[in-house]
Design a binder for this molecule. Sequence first.
Ligand code: ZN
Length: 199
Amino acid sequence: MTSFILNFEELNAYLFAINHFRKGTPNQWDLVAEYVRGVSLQGCKDSPTVCIGASTTKNTSKLKNLDLTKNENCLILNSIFPSTFKDSLRPRFEGCPGKNAMKSIILLPHEMTCCGKNIKMDNRPSHPLVYTTGTFIGALFHGECSKCKTKFYPSFKLISGGTNGRIYYDPTDISSPYFQVTLKTVFSKSLLNDFTNNI
Ligand SMILES: [Zn+2]
């Protein structure tokens, strides 16, 4: 059996692309390769390489470089390992009910340190509804500063004993893709931007 040497960043991009441009999408492999090329252009040449299909016990296989920026190579990888990379993460998470962190969207506090120390994280998530390209149940973790007792959430912090309590972070800060409106409601900022642009 032939084993393949792949650029890790290209493989990563390929994995995203085959779940994004799903089977049935016209020109699926052109689109997959184009996406990989786009990521590749951002400079992944220095990324580590991975080998797939090699035997760890027998040294009988041939090694072949597989450049995933070419659509025929994307198709080869898919035809040799037809079921290996087919699993989209989101449906797998949607099949995990229950009050746990097995959710497709994980929300963390905007700040992780306070008063010169790491904040103390509560390891039991709450489960707000997250409105994005669909509606999902998220797993939201919050933290608290053990010194000043400020509580930290994705879009705001609650100052202990303060009169106006909730302080929101700059909603235009692109480092966080989500905006938490209440303890139970979160919007993706791209969805809010869409609304604004279409009104
Ligand atoms: Zn503090």
